[in-house]
Write a protein that binds this ligand. Structure first.
Ligand SMILES: *[C@@H]1O[C@H](CO)[C@@H](O)[C@H](O)[C@H]1NC(C)=O
Ligand SMILES: *[C@@H]1O[C@H](CO)[C@@H](O)[C@H](O)[C@H]1NC(C)=O
Length: 216
């Protein structure tokens, strides 16, 4: 089965000639501007509802879950590509501890599995590394386990930047509240020149479980 990442479709409205063009943009998501959410939607229904709504600028279509979000206009965020395993490879996802069947490479947003450390493992970490480049990170998106009541309710971050020093992101970040809702966490300040991002769960509901994506 091929993995199709979230797809964002921008409906550009050219007021001069009153024509609209459709431009699919893979691996992007527009957040914080959702007017309306529809479950079990299709590309056609989703874009049709956008055209009916004067305020609609774009739609987010989640190809795995068939959820449709209708958005007000602004610039979308570009995913680094954890959800898309052609972009961030399994080897870039590691953890200090993992249950069999819940390895770090399974911790991809909207995936059918998740990462889960071994129960009672002291201070587990989930790492995303960028051996051949550095990245800037403005947002992190998290979900819990898809098939059981396990998710992080708060977490901390550490990151290694180009010069090699490991730094703490100072705030503790509030996590998830259920299995599947994607929570987008803005990083303020954004992280620049990152070689390694390490997620350190601080608290959880049930066991610790994680699916994630990072955004430029
Ligand atoms: C993950 O990153 C931490 C730094 O927070 C480091 O100490 C640890 O060795 C890394 N573990 C793996 C498995 O990459
Ligand atoms: C990261 O941000 C810095 C500072 O804003 C910028 O100079 C650099 O080009 C960015 N790097 C990438 C890979 O986007």
């Amino acid at each position: 089965m091929s993995v199709v990442p979230s797809l964002l479709v921008l409906l550009f409205i050219h007021t001069a000639d009153l024509c609209r063009t459709l431009k699919p943009v893979k691996n992007h998501v527009l957040i914080g501007h959702v007017i309306k959410t529809m479950q079990e939607s299709s590309f056609e229904i989703c874009t049709y509802h956008c055209e009916l709504d004067d305020k609609c600028f774009s739609v987010n279509i989640y190809t795995k879950t068939r959820k449709c979000e209708i958005n007000y206009g602004t610039l979308p965020l570009e995913a680094l590509g954890i959800e898309d395993d052609n972009k961030i490879f399994d080897g870039q996802l590691t953890s200090s501890s993992a249950h069999v069947g819940y390895e770090a490479w399974r911790g991809r947003l909207h995936g059918q599995g998740s990462w889960k450390p071994v129960k009672n493992y002291l201070s587990p970490s989930y790492n995303v590394s960028f051996p051949y480049s550095t990245v800037n990170i403005t947002y992190i998106a998290t979900q819990g386990a898809p098939t059981e009541d396990c998710w992080m309710t708060s977490f901390k971050l550490q990151y290694r930047i180009q010069d090699g020093s490991l730094k703490d992101y100072l705030q503790t970040i509030a996590g998830n509240t259920d299995r599947n809702t994607v929570i987008y966490h803005p990083l303020k300040p954004a992280l620049t020149g990152v070689k390694l991002l390490s997620i350190r769960p601080s608290s959880s509901h049930g066991c610790i479980a994680l699916r994630l994506e990072l955004y430029k």
